[in-house]
Design a protein. Structure first.
Length: 98
């Protein structure tokens, strides 16, 4: 059963994003700049990057984005975004320990 089958819904996701926006675990706050582009913080990708920076810090974001992860069926977060597997990636992030 793919991880996205356990997605707890958009409302829960937006609450989760809000918590990470207000209290980033790494101490780093995502400002919307990534790979020479400005990503709207309210966009689906902006929210994922915001949470990833909260967990891993901005200095580790590129490595995390490009690392295959077993729970993502050996896809990297970047490839999940490219394949439109956003609910899979959201579910993975929501299951990480704080």
């Amino acid at each position: 059963m793919p991880l996205e089958d356990f997605y707890s819904g958009d409302e829960r996701w937006h609450e989760f994003v809000s918590a990470h926006r207000e209290y980033p675990l790494s101490g780093d706050a995502f400002d919307g700049r990534w790979n020479g582009k400005t990503i709207p913080l309210e966009s689906a990708i902006g929210e994922i990057l915001l949470v990833a920076v909260s967990y891993f810090g901005f200095s580790n974001l590129a490595a995390w984005m490009n690392t295959p992860i077993d729970e993502l069926e050996s896809h990297s977060p970047s490839s999940c975004i490219e394949m439109h597997l956003l609910e899979r990636l959201r579910t993975y992030l929501m299951q990480l320990p704080c």
